[in-house]
Design a protein around this ligand. Structure first.
Ligand code: AMP
Length: 283
């Protein structure tokens, strides 16, 4: 069957197409990604397709969310494979802006979300959430979808985006989607491609450790000691560094010392030169 998928690379063409859909009364879903797509991304796409008339996916590796010593240069990209996969998924349009389209030379504005944007990832990746909030605000304003879909894999990012959308009155419903995992439990991530065979085998310990911490705190173990034991387990499994393990309340991701009925356990840790993040909901 010939492909009906539309590929646009400019904001002008994006808006023109969206305008024509709006005139026909279609609802619109947006799935922002940095490409190198996997089943985690496709689950967002499917959630959009099932709840809106037209789905747009964006492919843009956003340099503003990478620190100077991070992996911008090596970040995996495969536009041809991504387009073909999104076509099979049933996406209606792909927006692939280039750097100049998103950030012309005289681009200045930055969006800062204090509080939620300054803890955990905000500490270890300074500037990361400024880059994320800025690019997501642009994508949302460029397309003004009814709903935009984000993975709970990047849980803190989801909270930052929700806060920003509320604060700026962006008329979009932000939808969080569950984490898709490999069979052994490792959360899918474009960065998993960096893992050697041996690292890949050990990487699953991240999920298992979070799970174990969850079990312990539900049983009444002190959060601080469950976290310490979790860190030891990660080091014993070959992780080289643990940026943080935190148990946080569901409402605003504030760290808690005592577990009541529900919480998230979040972690960022390094295995070799690869930084992995994951989280689980407890209770
Ligand atoms: P990225 O391309 O890494 O920026 O991710 C684009 C979107 O896909 C973000 O909203 C991520 O949270 C989401 N995502 C990435 N990996 C997963 C996963 N394993 N499960 C669910 N959503 C994911």
């Amino acid at each position: 069957m010939p492909s009906k998928i539309e590929i646009v690379r400019t904001v002008e063409k994006l808006r023109k197409k969206i305008f024509s859909w709006r005139k026909k009364g279609f609802s619109i879903g947006l799935v922002p990604t940095m490409g190198a797509l996997h089943d985690g991304h496709f689950s967002l796409v499917q959630q959009s397709i099932s709840s809106t008339d037209k789905t747009i996916t964006t492919l843009f590796v956003n340099p503003k969310q990478f620190g100077p010593n991070e992996d911008l240069i090596t970040y995996p990209t495969d536009e041809v494979a991504d387009i073909s996969a999104l076509d099979s998924q049933g996406v209606d349009m792909i927006f692939i802006p280039n750097l100049e389209e998103m950030y012309p030379v005289d681009f200045k504005t930055e969006i800062i979300v204090p509080g939620i944007g300054e803890i955990m990832e905000g500490v270890y990746r300074p500037g990361f959430f400024i880059g994320v909030a800025t690019v997501v605000a642009k994508l949302l304003i460029q397309s003004l979808p009814d709903r935009a879909f984000f993975g709970e894999k990047d849980l803190q990012q989801l909270y930052v985006i929700k806060q920003m959308v509320t604060d700026l009155d962006i008329p979009v419903e932000v939808v969080g989607c569950p984490i898709i995992r490999e069979q052994d439990g490792l959360a899918l991530s474009s960065r998993n491609i960096y893992l050697s065979k041996d690292e890949r085998l050990r990487a699953v310990e991240l999920y298992k450790t979070l799970d174990q911490i969850g079990e312990k705190i539900v049983k009444g173990e002190l959060i601080s000691s469950a976290i310490e034991e979790g860190k030891k387990r990660l080091f014993n499994s070959g992780f080289s560094k643990v940026d943080y393990i935190a148990v946080c309340e569901n409402d605003n991701l504030t760290e808690i010392e005592y577990f009541q009925s529900t919480a998230y356990v979040l972690c960022a840790a390094w295995i070799g030169r690869t930084r992995l993040i994951d989280n689980i909901r407890v209770g």
